[in-house]
Write a protein that binds this ligand. Structure first.
Ligand SMILES: [Zn+2]
Length: 383
């Protein structure tokens, strides 16, 4: 099949302006497994876009050689609203300036709509249920009438992803080690294979599933939400979804993009989406850890931030991660407010040295194995 290039037109928000989202299909529509990739929903996070830039020629070549068994959807930069938010020579891509919503929150939980449509028809046949649920989810999206550009983007993008077997949402952090977020039901198999293939330094999982309405959260959690509603029906985890954090915002290079693309392509072969052979799976660099064991450091005071440890550092409980400096305090070292780790683990995400710090700002995240009492009931997705 020739690669098809498509366009979603978003409704205009002001006379004389209009935006659209480009997406591509490799392989055949309706073939399985279906894999969905997107990058830059946080529009200023482009390491995923460079990875997809290098992946697409590989997919084109595989398509030409008739090696694509399934269907691969690629949305290279999914968020034209965020792409256009250029303010005073800065690109502000994380929050919608109109609604002030985080672009990766408030995605649609379709479980109630699907339950209303097909709940009574779900039975003991898992394959039949999967088919029924996927069709009902797409139908629910088609029945929606979004009124503005952001809502339209969410509905139209979910139409492409909600029936996929694998959904990978490519992000990055400010200054971070390669890591990914997934949910406990996916850990064995799909998630651990991806983690090993990509060489991630941390795999964090929601348990029992992602409660927050992130893009990958709503795609993956549709299944356990329905399974909880209909305990007598056979409802498998039919979609593996993950937020993949491809290191730091500034790490956009051909070297990293090409190597991430090769790893993603090998993953597609390993999952049977593309025909071919791959070598043995690399060893997982670190054991998966629960979100409940993730320590999040919130700045207690205003000032500016200086780190003692680099992203990717292993640390012990009590180690100083960073300090907040009061610039007007003349006492030198005692003008610094230290922030310490409350777990043994790995510092996988931090902000950049020298940035302004304010009370409540997330200064770091640490992957730890043991659930932390102070993290109970928190998702960690607090910015
Ligand atoms: Zn992001």
């Amino acid at each position: 099949m020739p690669v098809s290039k498509n366009k979603i037109r978003l409704p205009s928000m002001s006379r004389g302006t209009a935006r659209s989202i480009a997406w591509l299909r490799f392989g055949r529509a309706g073939a399985r497994p279906k894999v969905y990739f997107q990058a830059a929903i946080h529009a200023n996070e482009l390491p995923g876009a460079i990875a997809l830039h290098h992946l697409m020629p590989m997919l084109t070549e595989a398509d030409r050689a008739r090696r694509i068994r399934g269907e691969v959807i690629v949305v290279p930069t999914v968020n034209p609203i965020g792409q256009s938010q250029l303010v005073g020579n800065n690109h502000l891509g994380r929050y919608d300036l109109l609604s002030r919503e985080n672009f990766n929150r408030n995605w649609l939980d379709l479980s109630a709509a699907v339950a209303g449509q097909v709940g009574r028809r779900l039975g003991r046949n898992a394959a039949a249920n999967v088919e029924l649920i996927r069709k009902a989810a797409v139908a629910a999206l088609k029945a929606m009438n979004p009124v503005n550009e952001l809502q339209t983007m969410r509905v139209e993008i979910l139409k492409l992803s909600i029936d996929a077997d694998i959904v990978l949402d490519l992000h990055c952090d400010m200054d971070a080690a390669l890591h990914l977020f997934t949910a406990a039901p996916d850990l064995k198999g799909a998630a651990q294979e991806l983690a090993a293939e990509l060489g991630v330094q941390a795999t964090l999982y929601n348990e029992p599933f992602a409660e927050s309405l992130t893009f990958s959260g709503v795609n993956g959690a549709l299944w356990p939400r329905l399974a909880a509603r209909f305990p007598d029906a056979a409802i498998p985890q039919a979609c593996f979804s993950s937020t993949v954090e491809l290191r730091s915002q500034h790490q956009v290079s051909h070297e990293l993009g090409a190597s991430d693309a090769s790893n993603l392509f090998r993953y597609l072969v390993r999952r049977g989406v593309v025909a071919g052979r791959v070598g043995p799976l690399p060893r997982l660099k670190s054991a998966p850890t629960p979100i409940s064991g993730m320590d999040v450091g919130y700045c207690p005071v205003p000032g500016f931030i200086v780190y003692r440890l680099a992203a990717g550092s292993k640390l012990k409980r009590g180690d100083v991660v960073c300090e907040i400096i009061d610039p007007a305090d003349p006492r030198g070292p005692t003008a610094r407010t230290p922030m310490v780790s409350r777990t043994d683990g790995m510092l996988f995400s931090r902000k950049r040295d020298g940035g302004l710090a304010w009370p409540g700002m997330v200064a770091f995240r640490i992957a730890g194995a043991k659930p932390l009492a102070h993290r109970k009931g928190m998702s960690g997705l607090d910015d």
